[in-house]
Ligand binder design. Structure first.
Ligand code: FEO
Length: 402
């Protein structure tokens, strides 16, 4: 694949990872890209690198444009290994005059690569450097995604190189947002936000407000993953605004695991009750739905009802996995309820209820349990539970993160 000029004398030189399917717990069936950008000016700069195993691809693309030894500055917007893994090799070849990074970036690079001798130059929030015709302004974005994270804004081109922010995990031969299917693009952007950024929503709010307050004119956003936004910059910023505010739709999830189909039958009856009240319902069995797909649906859902039978005085392992994952992502403003089948102890319903309460879900019910196999009356009670959740959804107003 050739380098791609995204702005005059600014080139995508990254790598496409067609094969990766898992990203620390997040299922990425469409692969991903590691985007890096070469800026050719009086001073030549490389913004970000790639995962270590793609260093030769990166170098191959750079060599089509410049001799790598002629690169003056390396800009490290984010130290996570998917963007810095190739750095030691690149530093050895390029022998840069400066490695521009945040204060936390310098600390993180030393902790990763144990190289105190590299020519780090720490840049402050708002600081600018001139490359000749182009100016790079650095914008601190601590915790989006790591403490070291920053953006590089190319002033004359109105180009925001946004490292993880505004990304999507999607391997494509195309480089720009207008070259791909729009619904798939927005789905992947939402999945990325839900699985990586949801817990940082208060910081995203502040970042979007800061960008507005700075009067930053942006006509292209180049994230370090996925497609570059050139046609729908407003659309992705509006989506991040909506997601970070926790704005929900009239949607509920019924997520369950089952042993002998009893909890499954209960799940379908709960869904019937929700649906009868006009709620859009997604029923997700954890035997066929990955945790990261549940979280993607949860992003704009108003309610999540969980079902698990009792196993060994606890819940089924797939449900424990989901709870661990969701807890870390800290969804806000959701309504919850729990249900399940049991044989003798019946602890799972209480455990699910407590887990949802600890995540600050507003509980619509104290929990519904059914001994062994549900009767017609039991299923009617499940449908009624669905109706109760729908009523709680109707009376709850959207929570907006401040
Ligand atoms: Fe794509 Fe936080 O690394």
């Amino acid at each position: 694949m050739q380098p791609v000029e995204i702005k005059k004398n600014i080139f995508w030189v990254g790598a496409v990872d067609w094969d990766i399917r898992e990203f620390h717990g997040y299922s990425i069936p469409s692969g991903t890209t590691y985007n890096a950008f070469l800026i050719r000016d009086e001073k030549i700069a490389l913004a970000d690198t790639v995962k270590a195993c793609y260093s030769q691809e990166l170098l191959g693309r750079i060599k089509q444009l410049v001799d790598p030894e002629k690169i003056d500055y390396l800009i490290v917007n984010h130290v996570e290994m998917d963007h810095s893994g190739a750095l030691p090799e690149i530093v050895d070849i390029v022998k840069p005059e400066k490695i521009l990074c945040s204060a936390n970036g310098k600390k993180a690079m030393i902790a990763h690569f144990h190289r105190e001798d590299w020519p780090y130059e720490v840049v402050a929030n708002g600081q600018e450097i001139s490359l000749g015709e182009k100016t790079v302004r650095f914008i601190e974005t601590k915790m989006l995604h790591w403490p070291d994270s920053m953006f590089s804004y190319i002033v004359e081109d109105k180009l925001l190189i946004s490292q993880d922010a505004f990304g999507q995990h999607w391997a494509t031969s195309e480089r720009f947002d207008d070259q791909v299917d729009q619904s798939k693009l927005m789905y992947e952007a939402a999945k990325y936000y839900a699985n990586i950024l949801m817990l940082y929503s208060p910081l995203v709010r502040k970042l979007l407000e800061n960008i507005k307050a700075m009067g930053l004119e942006v006509d292209m956003i180049a994230p370090d993953h996925g497609l570059i936004w050139r046609s729908n910059v407003g659309g992705i910023i509006e989506a991040w605004d909506r997601w970070s505010k926790g704005i929900t739709t009239n949607k509920a999830l019924v997520v369950y695991d089952t042993m002998w189909h009893s909890t499954e039958a209960m799940a379908h009856a709960v869904a019937d009750g929700l649906s009868a009240e006009g709620v859009c319902v997604k029923v997700m069995s954890l035997q066929s739905s990955h945790r990261s797909d549940v979280v993607t649906e949860l992003l704009d859902a108003k309610a999540m009802v969980l079902g698990s039978p009792t196993l060994n005085n606890g819940i089924l392992p797939q449900m424990a996995d989901l709870l661990c994952y969701v807890k870390g992502l800290r969804p806000t403003g959701k309504i919850g309820a729990a249900f399940g089948s049991y044989g003798w102890g019946g602890e799972s319903i209480k455990l699910l209820t407590v887990a949802l309460e600890e995540m600050k879900f507003q509980m619509a019910d104290s929990g519904l349990r059914v001994n062994y196999v549900p009767t017609a009356d039991d299923l009617a009670a499940c449908t009624e539970l669905g109706r109760k959740v729908a009523a709680a959804m109707n009376s709850a107003s959207d929570q907006v993160n401040s």
